[in-house]
Design a protein around this ligand. Sequence first.
Ligand SMILES: *Cc1c(COP(=O)(O)O)cnc(C)c1O
Length: 452
Amino acid sequence: MIPYKILLDEQDMPRQWYNIQADLPNPIKPALNPQTQKPLTPDDLLPIFPMPLILQEVSTERWIDIPDEILEIYKLWRPSPLHRAYNLEKALQTPARIYYKQEGVSPAGSHKPNTAIAQAYYNKVSGMKRLATETGAGQWGSALSLACSLFGLECTVYMVKVSYHQKPYRRSLIETWGANVIPSPSNLTNSGRKVLEEDPDSMGSLGIAISEAVEDAATREDTNYSLGSVLNHVLLHQTIIGLEAKAQLAKVNEYPDVVVACCGGGSNFGGIAFPFLYDKINGKDIQVIAVEPSACPTLTRGEFTYDYGDLAKLTPLCMMYTLGHDFVPPGIHAGGLRYHGDSPLVSQVVNDNLAEARALNQLGVFEAAMLFTRNEGILPAPESAHAIRGAIDVALECKESGEAKTILFNLSGHGHFDLTAYDDYLAGKLDDYEYPDEAIKKSLAGLPKIEL
Ligand SMILES: *Cc1c(COP(=O)(O)O)cnc(C)c1O
């Protein structure tokens, strides 16, 4: 009998990350300097990133050693458990076998510390004293604050003002780990002051907060910038999720037919999926599904082209699926899935049909979250609930067809700080939202014109 939880010993934790850039049938196109529109050079990035991370960003080495200092800290919660969802299977009456990787056991409650720890480490060994970043819902700010406290770095988090006021407990958590939280827009940066001059009551946005954090890092010798998703090195660090899952499934003689994860900037999806895509590129037959909200349908309705990462056009141009850098998604509760663009690596594998994307509505997603929490006990983050819905849909297809597929999904985080969302769902206050074609056309019309 396969146990409820498949555990790895600490000494069996993977000691290398997997870099999918070594195996892509079509390599990703280089990021471009936003001013010159020429491919980025390491010198363009050095004011805000340490050299080891810049090298990882462009590396095509298949396996990259995880430094011992990072492995030691990973051991605080890793290897994370792989669960067999027996109760959920029973509730669905499906012949499918469902497994989920539990990334909610990290101190910050999500997969984000996997890269936060690595980024803090490489900045520390490169002589940095301080990191600056932005946070929307607060998950990334929590993860980086934790990582900085473990490596003795100072940390400043520009938190989108509306979340700063709406999510006071995320802010407390960030402050408890020692970071300085600044509501954005602030009067501490030129970008913040400019916004406040035009609109003193601005509640901020992720785009503005990114501009403030990048400016902070670029103008101080002792400070670098840190990003929680999208970039190649972030997805690299997250592959520990899929590598562990593979080892755990092997322990019970299993291999997934279907791998499912939610997709915002793409880091938890890349993290669980890329080690399996390595096998798919080498001939294995696996279905890999990225699930996004229909309120922010980047992969399913966006364009695969060069675009800026932020509204102010300060970030490099990346070749990715995008809804346009001035796309403003509605305020759905899965705050981590509201980015207008996507990881270039994830975009490439979707464009090459190695993975498929599905867009799901919020009510069905919360229904799935309720079924999951009432059977498996764990309260999922609204983001992770998209993966749960995706996995349940496959399990229900199996019930129709009688196939006993093996399904693996990533439970990217718990929802203990998202209870407002559950309150609203239970009170019947949530609506489905399908982004209108007209609005998407309008934001796509603002894409930069780059010769492909
Ligand atoms: C941030 C976050 C996400 C979305 O980000 P990705 O980079 O797409 O993984 C998903 N789930 C949780 C719990 C998060 O905190």
